[in-house]
Design a protein around this ligand. Structure first.
Ligand SMILES: NC(=O)c1ccc[n+]([C@@H]2O[C@H](COP(=O)([O-])OP(=O)(O)OC[C@H]3O[C@@H](n4cnc5c(N)ncnc54)[C@H](O)[C@@H]3O)[C@@H](O)[C@H]2O)c1
Length: 314
């Protein structure tokens, strides 16, 4: 018997955007391994075809729909592609992404717009079409969006990406409210893994090289940093897509290497009242004391690399 008829996702159909390679391909492969039929989406036909071939040769069911996500037309094509190939849609994973990193003064309008278009608008348009389908067809669907540590903490050189990824988390909290009655869940996964997107970062070099040699990544990366392979994140995506996760919505969950994290939602750390409101003078007098010990950090705190894992100057 194949996973298709016996797995936890047997009978379900998934669309995974940007799944020709990297994390998206790992998500699609795991969804297929758990029994779902998958629509592979990417911008290059050969990349998408190769992914389909990988999944089908492992016994799964997959088709390719090549379209750059970001437009309503692409979102409609994906939902229609799933229905045409497999008769229905149950799961949407909005993973497609690009980077155009530059510090603020160097970032052009085009750099900003492209990243917003693919990540934020791509997530919005695909989720809207999937939800329309779920509602019209009475499907308790699953929307799994992809955030980033950058959207949670901010990161130098990533104005566009931070805006898009923080925006995705904001949309998820909104959709959890709007979709609850229809039994549809919406969550955000915050992945960290060695892919084309991260392999050029010197800090991760020793981990990426270990993976290329087919060796396990050093514990420092897997445990202390929560940085591993794409496959390490895929189990969480498949779990959120399953019936087991019916009650989980509006959540932001990190996965990477050996680490799993549930992120808190923003809550005030200080709440103070002053009769008549907070005038400039009152703030001048009282704000420093209120701030004391409550200043919030920015940026992700990365532990220093152990010397033996530091990139060698080449
Ligand atoms: N790698 C990490 O550690 C990490 C960390 C945080 C978030 N992410 C997020 O995970 C997702 C996948 O990243 P990855 O590391 O696998 O990167 P990747 O570059 O290996 O894969 C991204 C895929 O998306 C495709 N793509 C780009 N624009 C597209 C479009 N308009 N329509 C359809 N497909 C498009 C690319 O062709 C590529 O195949 C992204 O959303 C990324 O921001 C990754």
């Amino acid at each position: 018997m194949t996973a298709e008829s016996t797995g936890a996702l047997a009978g379900k159909v998934a669309v995974v955007t940007g799944s020709g390679q990297g994390l998206g391909l790992a998500y699609a492969s795991e969804l297929a391994r758990q029994g779902a039929a998958v629509v592979i989406n990417d911008v290059v036909q050969e990349t998408a075809d190769r992914a389909v071939e990988m999944i089908t040769s492992a016994g799964g069911r997959a088709v390719a729909v090549v379209a750059p996500v970001g437009t309503t037309e692409a979102a409609v094509a994906l939902v229609e592609g799933a229905v045409a190939a497999f008769g229905r849609l149950d799961i949407l994973v909005t993973n497609a992404g690009v980077l155009r990193d530059k510090s603020l003064l160097k970032m052009t309008d085009e750099d900003f717009d492209l990243v917003i278009q693919v990540h934020l608008r791509g997530t919005f348009t695909c989720a809207r079409e999937a939800y329309r389908y779920f509602k019209e067809n009475n499907v308790a669907g699953r929307i799994i969006t992809i955030g980033s540590p950058t959207g949670q903490y901010g990161n130098f050189g990533q104005t566009n990406y931070a805006a898009a990824k923080a925006g995705i988390v904001g949309m998820v909290r909104t959709w959890a409210l709007e979709m609850r009655k229809a039994g549809v869940t919406a969550n955000a996964v915050i992945p960290v893994a060695a892919t084309a997107m991260t392999e050029t970062v010197p800090y991760f070099r020793a981990a990426v090289e270990a993976e290329r040699r087919g060796e396990p990544m050093p514990d420092f990366f897997r445990k202390d940093l929560g940085f591993g392979t794409s496959a390490d994140v895929a189990g969480l995506v498949a779990y959120l897509a399953s019936d087991d996760a019916a009650g989980i919505t509006g959540q932001v969950i990190g996965a990477g290497g050996d680490r799993l994290q549930i992120f808190s939602h923003p809550v005030p750390v200080v709440t103070e009242y002053r009769a008549g409101g907070w005038t400039f003078e009152a703030l001048r007098e009282q704000f420093p004391a209120l701030l004391e010990g409550n200043l919030q950090p920015v940026g992700e705190k990365m532990p220093p690399l152990p010397e033996e894992l530091a990139p060698q100057a080449s």
